[in-house]
Design a protein around this ligand. Structure first.
Ligand code: ZN
Length: 370
């Protein structure tokens, strides 16, 4: 393995086992800050810790040559892991890196993190020209994209953002991503003794069951899905239950379809309780969808960088979200790109060494002047 590639792998092996679950990224944020500052990179930590109720903020990292007044590209990864990696023992095999099978590997997103830290160190230590860019390393991605939601990019002129956080192989990127709204519906009936006075009660479970039976769930159309993921309520088997709560979600590539479907759900639930009980319904956006045109400048630039890195651009539609959705929602064209951190969120998580180096190649090509 060439020494540049060996250095990147060593960096990953150093960063991956550092504790940094969502809302508790202090240790990994400190380590990354120390490494970057020692390498001549300017690092600012924002005040997102207070907003997300965590112990670390987002890190904004600027190469020495960064021009704050000029248009800039943003490269992005997240600091947090979905579970602790403190007990991780990485295993380097001939073609891949895995954990020892007892913990996650944390390649989501320590792989993206290592690639961008390595890029910054390389740029800071070289006189070679490059495009104006900076790096954002966010907190609390896994629990709800909260770090990206809180980050202030308004003082920068960001023309495009590339998020190194898609588990697909390098070359694949998310041209179109769904939006997701979550909802909570509370069905309120009337409690009563189930044996002595059932006539005086109104079963909230009965109301909820009737309501759900009228709902369409699963894939609603080519763009839209609907799910009820949780249902809970009731007190005891001898009590007519007065309260049941349902938690669900709607996803779609089309923002109007999400709103339409939520209206259908609320109306269906209202109809089911009318004359018998009450409904409290609340829907909240987790993230908005994004749809890029293949000919848009951010995509043309990405395709160009992928080809220069020896890859074939493969745009896809994807039913999940990432920090890219948050940037797009505020008008910054952002794309989540595949780095090949496969089987994320499981103890079988792994990446191929070739994918680590290909993804690093993409980062380098994105900032090339040509
Ligand atoms: Zn991730």
């Amino acid at each position: 393995m060439p020494s540049r590639q060996q250095e990147l792998l060593s960096l990953f092996l150093r960063l991956a086992p550092i504790e940094g679950v969502s809302h508790a990224e202090r240790a990994i944020a400190d380590e990354v800050t120390t490494i970057l500052r020692r390498g001549g990179v300017r690092v600012l930590e924002d005040d997102a810790a207070g907003v997300v109720k965590g112990n670390a903020g987002n890190l904004l990292c600027f190469p020495p040559s960064f021009d704050g007044d000029a248009p800039a590209i943003l490269l992005e990864a997240h600091l947090d892991t979905v579970q602790s990696t403190a007990l991780l023992r990485p295993v380097v095999k001939e073609d891949r890196v895995t954990s020892d099978g007892t913990t996650i590997l944390g390649a989501d997103n320590r792989m993206g993190l290592s690639i961008l830290v390595d890029l910054l160190l390389g740029v800071a230590g070289s006189k070679a020209p490059h495009k104006n860019f900076f790096v954002a390393l966010t907190v609390c991605e896994e629990t709800g994209l909260y770090g990206a939601d809180a980050i202030d990019l308004s003082r920068h002129n960001v023309t495009a953002a590339y998020v190194f956080d898609c588990s697909k192989r390098p070359g694949i990127y998310i041209l179109e991503s769904v939006g997701l709204y979550a909802y909570t519906a509370q069905f309120l009936g009337k409690a009563s003794h189930a044996g002595v006075a059932p006539e005086e009660g109104v079963s909230a479970i009965g109301l909820a069951a009737a309501a759900i039976s009228k709902l369409r769930l699963g894939r609603i159309d080519a763009d839209t899905t609907s799910n009820i993921g949780k249902i809970y309520g009731g007190e005891a088997v001898n009590v007519v239950p007065d309260k049941v709560t349902i938690e669900g979600e709607v996803r779609s590539f089309c923002p109007e379809r999400i709103k339409q479907e939520l209206e259908v759900i609320e109306r269906t639930f209202e109809d089911a309780v009318r004359g018998a009980g009450r409904l409290q319904f609340k829907a909240m956006p987790d993230f908005e969808p994004y749809v890029h045109k293949p000919e848009s400048p951010a995509i043309v630039k990405l395709d160009c960088a992928l080809r220069a890195a020896g890859l074939t651009p493969q745009p896809i539609r994807y039913m999940g979200g990432s920090d890219a959705n948050k940037y797009n929602a505020r008008g910054i064209p952002a794309v989540n790109i595949g780095i090949g951190a496969q089987k994320p969120h499981s103890v079988e998580e792994f990446f191929l060494l070739e994918d680590l180096h290909k993804s690093s190649g993409i980062a380098h090509e994105l900032i090339q002047t040509r």
